[in-house]
Design a protein around this ligand. Structure first.
Ligand code: 5GP
Length: 115
């Protein structure tokens, strides 16, 4: 897989505002936040899109989700609510081809389904 901006962030070659990291993943603030809190949860393993996940990645995907929910709880907005998004490929709005989970929260969000 081609190197992306997120690989460079993970390797600390370019700066980012990290809020969490462990052996499997990192989390840092989005450069162009779409909500009061907008954090990206990124596996260290370079997987281009959701379509490239395999059954052996199941635990990793679970860890991404759990890291995001734990962060929302720590920051105190879990009960109020938040949104999590995986964009996939061009029609899904994906611009960085290294799988990542968006966590958006910290206030009411517009544009959700059913609104
Ligand atoms: P996607 O559109 O692929 O789902 O999400 C990519 C996200 O990465 C976008 O929300 C964009 O603002 C963010 N982004 C792109 N380049 C950088 C960067 O260099 N640093 C940070 N922190 N976020 C970035």
């Amino acid at each position: 897989m081609a190197d992306t901006i997120f690989d460079k962030i993970i390797r600390r070659e370019i700066p980012a505002d990290f809020v969490y990291e462990d052996a499997d993943l990192v989390a840092f603030r989005d450069l162009h936040p779409q909500a009061p809190v907008h954090v990206l949860f990124v596996p260290r393993k370079p997987i281009a899109t959701l379509n490239d996940l395999t059954p052996e990645d199941a635990l990793l995907v679970g860890k991404l989700v759990l890291a995001a929910t734990a962060y929302a709880k720590r920051e105190g907005f879990a009960e109020a609510g938040y949104r999590t998004v995986f964009n996939c490929n061009h029609d899904g709005g994906q611009t960085v081809f290294h799988v990542h989970l968006h966590l958006l929260g910290g206030g009411p969000l517009r544009g959700g389904f059913g609104q």
